[in-house]
Design a protein around this ligand. Sequence first.
Ligand code: GLN
Length: 616
Amino acid sequence: MNLHKFATPAGTGLAGYGPTSPLQRFLEQRHEEFRSDSSGQVASYIPELTRANPKHFGAAFGTIDGHVYEVGDSAAPFTIQSVSKAFVFALALETLGDERVEQAIGVEPSGEAFNSIRLTADNRPFNPMVNAGAIACSGLIRRVEGDGAFERIRTILGQFAGRELDVDEAVYASESRTGDRNRAIAWLLRNYSVIEGDVDAVLDVYFRQCAILVTARDLAVMAATLANRGVNPTTGVRVVSPHAVGRTLSIMMSSGMYDYAGEWTYRVGIPAKSGVGGGIAAVLPAQLGVGTFSPLLDSHGNSVRGMKMCEALSSRFDLHMLNRSGDVRSCVIADYEAARVASRRNRAPHERAILDERRSDMRVLELVGALTFGSIDYVARRLGEAPPRAALLILGLHRVPDVTEAGRRLLADYLDRLGEDGVTVVIAGVAADAPLWRALRDNSPKARLRRFDLLDEAVEWAEDQLVYRYGGFSVAATAELAAQPLLAGLGAKDIAALERLSSVRRYEAGAKIVSAGDEADSLFFLQSGMASVKLPSGVRLATFGPGDGFGEMAMLEGRRSADVFADVASICRELPLDALGALGDRAQVMLMRNLAALLAQRLILANAKVELLTGN
Ligand code: GLN
């Protein structure tokens, strides 16, 4: 919805409401509240980190449509430290594949501090979020990238952040000089062949990766990239695959907050990763990335104010990942037998009779919103309750932006079953090159599927199937003026006179018969072929076949309101409006009555559509 449409004059409306969006206000209020909390200590085991300013506090939320809300010191740079572990793990999965990574590094929470030297019973690091696992991860990248390993990491982290990232040389040098514990861990890993080759070179990659400079805003965008299944929402660049994202978030959930991870999952329930530089990146899949920075750490090494911000977000908006709900029924916006809402193809009376009689052979379900496993199940059950005598099921998906992978798989299975039952499913509102269409087509070998860009085209096609199946096409349409509903009741003499005054016109396929804006001074009667009324935007309003008349609005309006094109080579009889003046009074009244009846019919159809689509 475009808010600007509702703006009232003189700044009293919603325009300009942006800066006070509720999420921005939430961020500002919580920032104000938590900044006074000066509990915790800055990290000191890396000497250079003691220089951090304990007053610094910044936070940012990055949405999956690329907007960033920021507050406080959200632009202040600090070293990423352990937050890098999550992103480098994703890179390792992407570069080496699951199997090689999992051979080297476990996925179990360790329950121990991040710098624990303990390994699993089979001598692997517990997981990639503790130092041992992260150093092993950097070692894996180095196996593939050699001396280019660090540059590769810096580049990928930059893609996650949407900008090029630098290194804090002083912090790097400081940790490199003093990081004997990490050195011991690395040598132990070498002993068990988790690390191969030059241990110092691997440690150098790790220390540099930890010293990469980011801001709270960067972390928010990096987290938003994970929330967005691996595509950076600010740049549109795909950084890693959805698969690597899912695996990475799993480990963040179970082990991202050091030996506080279980508590974190229990209380906050948002996958997150923290670092001793004071940063936290938290990810709400499909919704939001959170980045916080405040260097005061608790005893586990987690930023105190950053945790508070995440906790407040989770509890205020009930965002715990495992506490989700949804009403699957809201995905059906309209459900009808197609005879109630015909396509824009004008149907001859005998065709309409067939469609009316076979009305329950064709069912249309219009769906809305992102479809999930649950909503597809609901749709299948809903259709099952009133089993489609429907030989034709039309699924209108033009308001469906997405179907989850699980939903797609369930739908594919369902389409197969319908195929076995002899039901043809017409998918409307999905482009031929859309991933959804390709997935359904490729994964439902038994389905009887058709696809159309527009719902109206789909309904028209389905109507054609019924008309054809029940013999409707064998009845020849008549193009006699006497059979025209508009001229019904006129005497033979009048008809003969009109015929004399009219002229026969021939059109090539694609030719324009009438132009919007032209003077409306004649009526048309289609003798053969097919013609469509279209708005300048290309939207089709109606399609006519032999025996139909069009352009009758000329009797009410001075100018043509739409274009009419010949869909195929067509022949029309054109009757100038002037000619009607030659008719007697009684015939003229008759004509106006006929016109009123035609318009009433159209209005009834339009009302039915409005009722169906608005539900009132
Ligand atoms: N570079 C730090 C280390 O290895 C990272 C630790 C952390 O942020 N938890 O000790």
